[in-house]
Design a protein around this ligand. Structure first.
Ligand code: PMP
Length: 362
């Protein structure tokens, strides 16, 4: 006889990450495969992070620091906060799950923009909570009134993703202020700022100034994007101490491994690599805009290291043909955007090869 898992599991949609390079190499017998599907850092990891991993690897028989003290101090110092304002996770993904476990009971609700990163919904469904999606407007802009109208007495969390994955659009600073003022107490606002380093608009905020002021806000960050450590899995949350304490209550003691802790602390202070990564993405964005303009493809201008491109009804075919040419991009199907592709910004050469291939296909 079959033992039934919890009912909430039937509500979960499996995560569909970008195909890994090795899989495409094996499946299609290709040698050169370019991955522009998971918004990774095209320049690779910080060399200082690699050195830190080397220094720690011989101690792999030891448990990591359960409190990630050095990492938390580094993060706190970088943001003029205290270590009590920092929670570290096995990727921002884990923190989303921990926030869900700490704050959601069955029957509660979360409010999310749509389309957005899938894990907010996953965390809520896992706990048996409901998900209220607020569609982004024309041009995928945020609308504060629509978010406020979605709140009910059951709302517990509001997720804002800025720059938003997959659209690249941002919540303006004045919109966050409006939300912080209008949202009733008892609802936690979470600002996922995973791509904040690539946003250069003057009205952008990564939310940290509001955490510094003690607002009921949790800012999510990751070392997977500009810090180039997606494979090591480190994310962090910044929030008032009471909120961090709740997240800490549901955390496993050794959730961030020793190599990841050391690498993240090094990467966070490698300003040279951060600057180079930001500049590479800024140049690459313009390069890709130029390529899409020449091909007559419309796109949403992005504040992230990826661009949502409108390809039209051939999007599925273009995705497959790019894949067979050794270029992995992300289909919009998972976001209910079948006519779109989300393309991560690569090195100049990778972007150029993408342009050449798109030119052949279209
Ligand atoms: N938030 C957003 C908006 C993301 O796009 C991603 C990664 N795709 C994450 C969080 C998860 O990051 P991590 O690799 O730290 O789990």
């Amino acid at each position: 006889s079959v033992v039934s898992p919890r009912g909430a599991l039937s509500q979960l949609t499996p995560y569909t990450p970008g195909k890994p390079i090795w899989e495409v190499q094996q499946e299609l017998g290709l040698e050169r495969v370019i991955k522009l599907a998971s918004n990774e850092n095209p320049l690779g990891p910080s060399p200082k992070a690699l050195e830190a991993v080397q220094a720690w690897i011989a101690d792999s028989h030891r448990y990591p620091d359960a409190h990630a003290a050095v990492l938390k101090n580094t993060i706190a110092g970088a943001h003029s906060l205290q270590p009590e304002n920092v929670a570290a996770g096995n990727g921002a993904d884990e923190l989303i799950k921990l926030v869900s476990e700490a704050y959601l009971d069955a029957g509660d609700e979360i409010v999310i923009p749509s389309p957005t990163f899938s894990e907010y919904e996953f965390g809520a469904r896992l706990m048996g909570a409901g998900v209220v999606s607020v569609p982004l407007g024309e041009g995928f802009e945020y609308n504060v009134q629509n978010i406020l109208q979605a709140l009910t007495p059951r709302t517990k969390l509001i997720y804002l993703c800025s720059p938003n994955n997959p659209t690249g659009t941002c919540l303006r600073r004045d919109q966050l202020v409006q939300l912080l003022e209008a949202v009733p107490p008892g609802i936690l606002i979470i600002l996922d700022a995973a791509y904040s380093h690539y946003a250069d608009e003057p009205d952008y905020t990564d939310g940290i100034e509001f955490v510094q002021k003690g607002c009921p806000l949790l800012v999510l960050q990751t070392c997977s994007k500009i810090y180039g450590l997606a494979g090591l899995r480190v994310g962090y949350a910044l929030a008032p101490a009471a909120i961090v304490a709740a997240v800490e209550q549901v955390r496993e003691p050794f959730n961030v491994n020793a190599l990841a802790q050391a690498a993240a602390a090094a990467a966070l202070t490698d300003s040279e690599h951060i600057q180079a990564s930001r500049a590479c993405v800024a140049r690459g964005r313009e390069q890709l805009y130029g390529i899409f303009d020449r091909l007559g493809l419309s796109y949403t201008r992005s504040s992230g290291n990826f661009i949502l491109v409108h390809v039209g009804e051939r999007a599925g075919e273009v995705y497959e043909r790019l894949l067979h040419a050794g270029i992995i991009v992300r289909s919009g199907v998972g976001w209910g955007l079948p006519d779109y592709l989300r393309i991560s910004i690569g090195t100049e050469e990778e972007n150029r090869l993408l342009g050449e291939e798109l030119n052949t296909i279209l």
